[in-house]
Design a protein around this ligand. Structure first.
Ligand code: ZN
Length: 59
């Protein structure tokens, strides 16, 4: 998996809708890729803000 693949999965993962197979593949990539780990953290923060009712992010 490259970072482009990983980032597509990260979006799904941040929504909590990632399948088991993709989840394992993504985790393997994250072990070697701090950039994508950081991206996942940012996406999760964004999702949380949206869920908590912040309205200044366009979805
Ligand atoms: Zn990556």
């Amino acid at each position: 998996m490259n970072c482009d693949d990983a980032r597509q999965l990260l979006e799904v993962c941040a929504d909590g809708e990632l399948g088991a197979g993709d989840s394992v593949r993504l985790e393997h990539h994250l072990e070697d890729c701090p950039d994508c780990v950081e991206m996942l953290g940012a996406l999760r923060t964004l999702r949380k803000l949206v869920r908590d009712g912040a309205t200044y992010f366009e979805t």
